[in-house]
Design a protein around this ligand. Structure first.
Ligand SMILES: Nc1ncnc2c1ncn2[C@@H]1O[C@H](COP(=O)(O)OP(=O)(O)OP(=O)(O)O)[C@@H](O)[C@H]1O
Length: 930
């Protein structure tokens, strides 16, 4: 295993290239009512600081009070789930996970086989990835069964959560019994065995780790999992580490890093490790910052072109071929980054050839090299033949990619007929991989040996299903018709799908229009989109505005047809954007629009800059003034595209109020948005905001600090987690002390008047519920006196009891602006209400008080009756569903006569005889039953 899991991607070894990333423990809102909700919606999105606090080291992933047994590993495409799993396997092989005697890695793609030919033993010992041939399977299997608690089973390679859900459906009793008997007959399907493991019928007590992308529904899985982990992606420091390891030569490394930093969006895209890998491939060949891709579309385009060139076809346009003739000699002399640094370490030939040499891959081009210049005619004939052939294959791949995106799959369905040529082309370009999942022992052995050889050479391994010929060209290894074909990279699959949508004649204008986002009615518009589809849509828009010359290598349309198709589809996209009612879009959809408009707006002149620019202007003008991204996870590149749209808004004279709560926005992103001059107010996680202020203070950036403090708002505040109250406590502390910390000096002038957000907090809802509520109550009592302008306090259903009521009473003295106080369902009894009464009569503005559903009896009712006439502003009192009898009710009724301002008194409960209540009601119509 230590050898097999070393392989990350062609040429990259785990021990050389792995960057230790954070894994964050996520919490989930367990409402209990939802049976079919999207996981993303159930997961709590914490702020940046809390995310950092919740991060766990890789060795602690399986630690927990009771040992976490059902772990979900979440992360979007390319975020590094598989890589992390490999690292865990590597760690295990080095005894760093001593709690497990066995680790098995099961690939979701094994499910493509539906034949009942397995037993648990063969599944674990022969089909598990990285499993080496087992000399004594019987004995090993006996050990596995003897102590399942010391077994870790990892599931990876499922495209979506939904795939797992089908595995959790109840199985037939007979089948369960036969699985439980531990039948050794090889008579089960992979699905039955997977289900058995996931449903705890097989290997009960083993630890499970399931890697998955977070979108999609899987309520059953949510209920079973007891730990939710998320790969956090690369920080700027991680990116630097990754690039440094990728470019071993110090000069090239420095140059690559400079280039990357010069291109902000590309740099931020590298937050996703998979994209960072793609960016490095492009940086390797890049000639200068102008040539760097500035959009995700442009990045994928460059990667695709490099792949085509490496594969030797290089579907080039005649214009490009012409241009290349003049560029190539200079390029060969170029030493900037184009020489692969790893070449010096004797690595894989195919990856280390300088760019010009790589371009000579095709037989035709090789012929040209060996024969000197060759005859130009022959050359062109060769190229044209290549170009036409490759373009056709490329177009077929595009259509295949789109089929996959539509069906949400990265594997090419087994039944799908694919020509040998197309298969070979897909593998040669590295767009597709061929994998044999059902391994025979001999294939397995060969594979392990091949990898071992490769690794020992220090060549860095090859992708599963690949090998290199003598010249170093990557070819399909073990590829046979039975192997599964899958897309090697999710971004390139979506990119190819977009190429199909934009350039295929088979896609009519109408169907193109239907692929654009947010099509169906108002409800459909709010449905979360799948990741691959969203990416495809983004690429489709980006492609329409991409450099025309560069696009020529992706299509075989004539110039006129190309211009037509691009112009008409650009117009469709523009019309679609104009047709959107931004008020109806969900926050996630607004983000999607920002992303796709960015892809379009960063365009080249000849590709219709006007339309691209118009799109950005349209977005900027129509974005709602109160712009919320609440509940949508915002990554660094997302923040960039939002900033882009908001800045354009500024240029168009617009200003915005931003809500960034529950978005997990990184603090640096927060700083960028808050720093925009056309932001009137903003909301965000209080802890992150305070950290930002502290950073600004440290840097002495007083004007930005001034803006960040004065624009911040927290009204109205709904606390649903303990941390919300902890954060508020900190903010109130800053407000009362009028400085950020004891040691701070500069913030003095900025905070001379306290924190405006605290002064303007008029409504606070404490909604932590009876379980978590009591944990945060002491902090609430401590901070309340600082909220002097609070008008509405809601502490419903928080189990505050008499003790809490007493504390609250002490705090109420300071809340002279309080108008509404909700203390319903709080176990407050007579003692509590007595204490409260004393404080309540001094609140000059209190007009609405609810003590609904507490445990106040006659004694409490009488003390309340005594203070009622002193509560000068009270209009509505609710003491329904308490414990008072007719005695208490009559006291209140009598007191009511002295309270001219009171409009309603609700006090019905079962202990008050109905006759008494009716009489009271008769005497005073303000006494209400409901
Ligand atoms: N921690 C890391 N260190 C270095 N490189 C990484 C790391 N994580 C990911 N990568 C790079 O990113 C690429 C994509 O990562 P990986 O395949 O693990 O993503 P994933 O989350 O499993 O994606 P998918 O959902 O598509 O399966 C890897 O091939 C590797 O090159």
């Amino acid at each position: 295993m230590s050898q097999a899991c070393q392989h990350m991607e062609a040429g990259l070894r785990l021990s050389d290239h792995y960057v230790e990333v954070s894994v964050s423990q996520r919490e989930i809102l367990r409402s209990g009512k939802n049976t079919n909700r999207c996981l993303e919606k159930e997961l709590i999105i914490t702020g940046d600081i809390d995310r950092q606090k919740n991060s766990v080291g890789q060795s602690q992933i399986f630690d927990g009070p009771n040992g976490k047994r059902y772990n979900l590993l979440l992360g979007n495409a390319g975020m590094g789930k598989t890589t992390l799993i490999k690292k865990l396997c590597l760690d295990w092989s080095k005894d760093r996970l001593p709690q497990f005697d066995f680790v098995f890695l099961l690939d979701g793609r094994l499910l493509t086989s539906a034949e009942p030919v397995h037993s648990l033993q063969t599944l674990l010992l022969s089909q598990s990835s990285f499993a080496s041939p087992c000399a004594d399977p019987e004995q090993v299997y006996a050990q596995v069964l003897a102590a399942p608690k010391r077994v870790l089973v990892v599931f990876d390679g499922f495209d979506e959560l939904r795939d797992y859900e089908t595995l959790l459906q109840t199985q037939e009793k007979d089948l369960v019994a036969s699985l439980q008997r531990g039948s050794k007959a090889q008579a089960f399907t992979v699905k039955q065995l997977f289900s058995g493991i996931l449903q705890r019928v097989l290997l009960p007590g083993c630890t499970l780790l399931l890697a998955t992308r977070p979108r999609g529904t899987a309520s059953q899985l949510l209920r079973r999992a007891d730990s939710f982990l998320e790969v956090c992606g690369f920080t700027p420091t991680h990116v630097e580490t990754y690039v440094s390891r990728y470019f071993a030569d110090p000069e090239l490394r420095a140059s690559a890093l400079d280039l990357l930093k010069s291109c902000s969006y590309l740099h931020r895209l590298c937050w996703n490790p998979g994209v960072c890998r793609l960016a490095c491939g492009v940086l390797e060949q890049c000639k200068g910052s102008e040539a760097l891709p500035r959009t995700l579309t442009a990045l994928c385009h460059e990667v695709l072109c490099l792949k085509l060139e490496k594969a030797g076809g290089g579907a080039q346009s005649p214009a490009e071929a012409e241009k290349q003739k003049t560029v190539e000699p200079a390029e060969e002399a170029l030493t900037e980054i184009s020489n692969n640094p790893r070449g010096r370490r004797g690595q894989s030939q195919s990856r280390t050839r300088p760019r010009a040499a790589v371009r000579t891959g095709s037989r035709c081009q090789r012929a040209r090299r060996t024969k000197g210049q060759g005859k130009p005619d022959e050359d062109n004939v060769c190229k044209d033949a290549n170009r036409t052939g490759d373009l056709e294959l490329l177009s077929h791949l595009g259509s295949l990619a789109w089929e996959g995106v539509k069906s949400n799959s990265s594997t090419v369905p087994r039944g799908r007929t694919i020509s040998t040529k197309l298969r070979a082309f897909g593998l040669r370009t590295g767009l597709l991989l061929s994998q044999s999942f059902m391994k025979s022992s001999s294939t397995e052995k060969e594979e392990t040996e091949a990898r071992g050889r490769d690794d020992n050479n220090g060549t860095g391994g090859v992708a599963e299903g690949e090998c290199k010929d003598k010249e170093g060209n990557t070819e399909a290894l073990f590829d046979c018709e039975d192997n599964i074909l899958l897309w090697a990279n999710p971004f390139l699959q979506s990119y190819m799908a977009a190429v199909h949508l934009v350039f295929s004649r088979a896609v009519t204008e109408r169907s193109f229009l239907q692929t654009l986002p947010f099509q169906s009615g108002a409800k459909g518009r709010r449905k979360p989109q799948r990741e691959e589809l969203e990416l495809t849509q983004r690429f489709a828009v980006g492609l329409l505005f991409h450099n025309t010359t560069k696009l020529q290598r992706l299509h075989s349309l004539s110039d006129a047809a190309f211009t037509d198709i691009v112009a008409s589809r650009q117009a469709l996209v523009m019309k679609h954007l104009e047709g959107l009612s931004f008020g109806d879009l969900s926050p996630a959809q607004v983000l999607e629009v920002c992303n796709y408009v960015y892809e379009a707006s960063f365009t080249h002149k000849e590709s219709g800059q006007d339309t691209g620019d118009k799109m950005l202007a349209h977005l900027a003008i129509h974005l709602p003034e109160f712009l919320t991204f609440r509940g949508v996870p915002l990554s660094p590149p997302d923040v960039f595209t939002i900033e882009n749209a908001l800045s354009k808004g500024g240029a168009e004279g617009r200003s915005f109020c931003l809500d960034l709560e529950d978005s997990g926005i990184p603090i640096c992103g927060l700083k960028a948005l808050v720093g925009l001059s056309n932001i009137n107010t903003y909301r965000a996680c209080i802890a992150d905001v305070v950290t930002l202020w502290e950073e600004l203070e440290r840097r002495g950036d007083e004007s930005l600090l001034q803006g960040a403090v004065s624009k911040f708002t927290i009204h109205p505040l709904r606390a649903t987690q303990v941390r919300h109250i902890e954060h508020l406590e900190k903010l109130v502390g800053i407000h009362t002390h009028k400085r950020l910390s004891d040691s701070s000096s500069q913030s003095g002038s900025v905070l001379a008047e306290g924190v405006p957000a605290v002064k303007e907090l008029h409504k606070l809802e404490f909604q932590l519920g009876p379980e978590s509520g009591p944990l945060a109550l002491p902090k609430l009592w401590a901070l309340l006196p600082g909220l002097q302008n609070l008008q509405h306090l809601d502490v419903e259903n928080s189990k505050i009891g008499d003790k809490g009521a007493e504390k609250l009473a002490n705090a109420l003295v300071s809340l002279r602006s309080l108008e509404i106080l909700n203390l319903s369902e709080n176990c407050i009894g007579d003692q509590g209400v007595k204490k409260l009464g004393v404080a309540l009569k001094d609140l000059p503005k209190l007009h609405c008080l609810s003590l609904y559903s507490n445990v106040i009896s006659d004694e409490g009712a009488e003390s309340l009756a005594a203070v009622l006439p002193h509560m000068a502003s009270l209009t509505d009192l609710d003491v329904k569903y308490n414990k008072m009898t007719d005695v208490g009710a009559q006291s209140l009724g009598a007191s009511l006569k002295k309270c001219k301002k009171v409009k309603t008194l609700r006090m019905w409960n079962q202990c008050i005889p109905y006759g008494v209540f009716e009489r009271l009601q008769h005497q005073d119509s303000r006494i209400l039953c409901h």
